[in-house]
Design a protein around this ligand. Structure first.
Ligand code: TLP
Length: 346
């Protein structure tokens, strides 16, 4: 039985065309700035995001953490949405590496300008730590791949800028937002000083992210990347995969979004509540017994990720077809029939 892996869009394998691009890539030593494929990728992604420059890094985590170090000093406060990846899933790096405290904003991950204003404590005496950075996440992972409404996002960054804060966007899945809304990534990025984006999520590359920003910021980011051990040598091998992904795998994200809807509709028909309704490639759903459902789903070759007690995430991606979604639904239907205790209580 073939496993249908819906744990994350990070699980994709490079396609044959992507592997060919990797095999043929022209290479050099990127720490010397001499890898032509990395240089081309950095120019392309900076242009796509409307920024002056970009630096290629191994992971989204490193891109975010370099940005936090760029914009803050030890002891500062960083504002982030509730359940932000930078707080919840980066191993405590912001505290460990940048020495900052993260204060979370109300309204879930998709905060507004009033939340930002309310969170900023003016550093008017020695008790108060300076609040120096606002980070946002788009699409927002733990709220189910939701798109940050553009006006709300720009009002929030406007409030941050008015108070003298820098702004950073965790755009690990920014191209999902672009495809879902037809608002270009550069527009989403415009009100931010720096933007991280990942090639290894929905875009299907095996590895790699970019941090984009002004020429000066990215120059400083290169040294921080070096300090974190992220200077890679003939990195063009993986940058070629990222270039291929940017050229060929952005528009097709619409297929992942359609498959997420197909999965959500099917789950609902099985009596499994889906909340929120998917806007991009993630489906959040509830069951009665977290460990019981996980075990039964794994036994039937449906791999999903528990995110909270009773709540699961399924992500559609390049390696999941509409037929795979239908097959996953058949298997989930069978496991719910076999053990009605797993069915969520109405
Ligand atoms: N997210 C992963 C896990 O870490 C949870 C996933 O499977 O969704 N920002 C956001 C919004 C992300 O979702 C991720 C990865 C990252 C940053 C970090 O990227 P990597 O894994 O490349 O460090």
């Amino acid at each position: 039985m073939r496993a249908i892996d819906l744990r994350s869009d990070t699980v994709t394998r490079p396609t044959p065309a992507m592997r060919a691009a990797m095999a043929e890539a022209e290479l050099g030593d990127d720490v010397f700035g001499e890898d032509p494929t990395v240089n081309a990728l950095e120019a392309e992604v900076a242009a796509r995001l409307g920024k002056e420059a970009a630096v290629f890094v191994p992971s989204g985590t490193m891109a975010n953490q370099i940005a936090i170090r760029l914009h803050t000093r030890h002891g500062d406060v960083v504002l982030a949405g509730q359940w932000a990846h930078v707080l919840r899933y980066e191993g405590g790096a912001a505290a460990a590496l940048a020495g900052v405290q993260i204060a979370t904003l109300a309204s879930g991950g998709l905060f507004d300008a009033a939340d930002v204003r309310a969170a900023i404590v003016p550093a008017t005496n020695v008790h108060w730590a300076p609040t120096t950075l606002l980070t946002a996440e788009n699409t927002h992972n733990t709220s189910g791949g939701r798109v940050f409404p553009l006006e709300r996002l720009e009002a929030a960054t406007g409030a941050a800028r008015a108070a003298g804060l820098a702004t950073h966007l965790d755009g690990a899945r920014l191209f999902n937002a672009e495809v879902a809304t037809r608002v270009p990534a550069a527009r989403w990025a415009a009100s931010f000083d720096t933007v991280a984006t990942c090639f290894s999520k929905g875009l299907g590359a095996p590895v790699g992210s970019a941090l984009c920003g002004s020429r000066d910021a990215i120059e400083r980011a290169r040294r921080l990347r070096k300090q974190l051990g992220g200077g890679m040598r003939q990195a063009g091998v993986v940058a070629a995969a990222a270039r291929h992904a940017l050229a060929h795998h952005v528009a097709r994200l619409a297929d992942d979004h359609a498959n997420a809807l197909r999965l959500a509709e099917g789950l609902q028909k099985l009596g499994v509540p889906v909340d929120p309704w998917p806007e991009t490639n993630m489906v959040m759903f509830r069951v009665a017994d977290t460990m019981g459902f996980l075990r039964a789903a794994n036994e039937r070759g449906v791999l999903v990720l528990p995110v909270d007690p009773g709540r699961f995430r399924a992500v559609t991606h390049l390696d999941v077809s509409a037929e795979d979604v239908d097959e996953a639904l058949v298997r989930i239907g069978a496991l719910l029939d076999a053990d009605p205790g797993l069915r969520p209580r109405a």
